[in-house]
Design a protein around this ligand. Structure first.
Ligand SMILES: [Zn+2]
Ligand SMILES: [Zn+2]
Length: 392
């Protein structure tokens, strides 16, 4: 159990995570870390099976701990079909198989992978009442420690309540070898945290929403560290990879600590995920989550900067002003790391900003602008400004 003392109204925070192992060769420790379990159901996709799953399977098998494995076909999206596949294949007692009474053969679910595989297992774990853990293969998203999973159900993307991983095992050497676009996606997911925390503060001021300064600072410090080292992302130094992973985990921990994705998700996630949904609605495979969130972060930053220039409210100018140096740093960073912008169509971009406001019930900059009749104007401005940073 991870915990943190706090004076906020939640009176301290905790998350049911038993082991958090982030190190070079962490994968070697899988059997030791999971020593309490005897029939482990391992889930991977074809890529993650190659880079880590094969090895984990062998180790668990040799230790007599493996129940069986499930490999998800490409593209391994978090669809209801894939959740169903993992759920159905969880029971191997085919002779007496009863869909209404799952054969609880496994005593643990182990996700080998980052984004989708983890999201799927988090859902299946929750629905089966089985503990689960994850062997991370890329620093590509902030969901390792999340309490929710955004799943594709039909042509909609819905955020479901799920389990928190009990064991998080991240091998830095494996992560350092991940495709560059996955590394960029991780940084893309991280740069948005400044916007998320600013939105959270804005909401506290205007709606009286619960806010925890300690959790917010934990996320901001992790973001700062990640962004500072991201300039050398291309060199794939272990330290840079570790800072990205730490950032992703600590912002995830903010989610687990507060029981809400609020500390890690604001305007940038609502817009980025709306773009993802718009692809899903058209039956297209959505782009990487972190890449969409990265681009949407630029949209949020340029809108906040415009509001900073235009507002007559002293408190608001002061609030946004605290974040301006970090925003400038991100705009500068983009010239070096070049996060690819995948949404360049003006109509799609603007629709994402407008619809993003209602992606979930959450007060953000988008609602602030909408209430003042300025959202359309800002969305159009955001498109023109954001495209200036499209250097990927
Ligand atoms: Zn607190
Ligand atoms: Zn994210």
């Amino acid at each position: 159990m991870l915990s943190m003392e706090c004076n906020c109204s939640q009176k301290g925070h905790s998350a049911p995570i038993k082991v958090l192992e982030v190190s070079e060769n962490a994968i070697e420790k899988v059997v030791d870390i999971l020593s309490d379990y005897n029939r482990i159901y391992m889930v991977a996709d074809k890529n993650t099976y190659e880079v880590a799953g094969k090895k984990v399977e062998k180790m668990l098998k040799e230790a007599g701990k493996l129940s069986h494995i499930c490999i998800i076909d490409e593209p391994a999206l978090p669809t209801n079909a894939n959740v169903g596949k993992v759920l159905i294949e969880a029971g191997i007692d085919r002779e007496n198989y009863d869909i209404n009474a799952f054969s609880y053969n496994p005593d643990y679910i182990l996700a080998v992978g980052s984004g989708s595989v983890n999201d799927i297992c988090r859902m299946v774990s929750y629905r089966m009442g089985l503990e689960y853990g994850v062997v991370g293969t890329a620093p590509s998203m902030d969901g390792y420690v999340s309490v929710v999973a955004p799943l594709i159900n039909g042509n909609r993307k819905i955020v479901y309540t799920c389990s928190v991983a009990r064991h998080i095992i991240i091998d830095l050497n494996i992560c350092a070898g991940a495709p560059y676009e996955l590394l960029l996606a991780g940084v893309g997911d991280m740069i948005g945290k400044y916007v998320a925390i600013l939105d959270w503060e804005l909401s506290q001021k205007l709606t009286g929403e619960y806010y925890c300064e300690k959790v917010a600072n934990m996320v901001l410090e992790a973001t700062e560290k990640c962004i500072t080292s991201a300039v050398s992302l291309k060199e794939r130094e272990i330290e840079t990879i570790e800072n990205t992973i730490d950032g992703l985990i600590l912002s995830g921990l903010g989610i687990a600590y507060t029981g809400s994705s609020r500390p890690a998700s604001g305007t940038e996630h609502m817009v980025g995920q709306t773009w993802e949904i718009m692809d899903v609605e058209k039956g297209k495979v959505p782009n990487l989550h972190g890449v969409e969130v990265g681009e949407a972060t630029f949209a949020a930053i340029v809108m906040y900067k415009k509001l900073y220039e235009e507002t007559n409210e002293t408190w608001l100018k002061e609030l946004i002003g605290k974040y301006i140096p970090a925003f400038e740093k991100i705009l500068e960073l983009q010239k070096q790391i070049k996060i690819p912008f995948t949404v360049t169509d003006k109509d799609k971009f603007i629709e994402g900003v407008l619809r993003g406001r209602t992606f979930r019930v959450r007060y953000t900059l988008l609602q602030y602008l909408y209430d003042r009749g300025q959202l359309q104007e800002y969305a159009e401005f955001a498109y023109e400004e954001t495209m200036k940073y499209n250097v990927g």
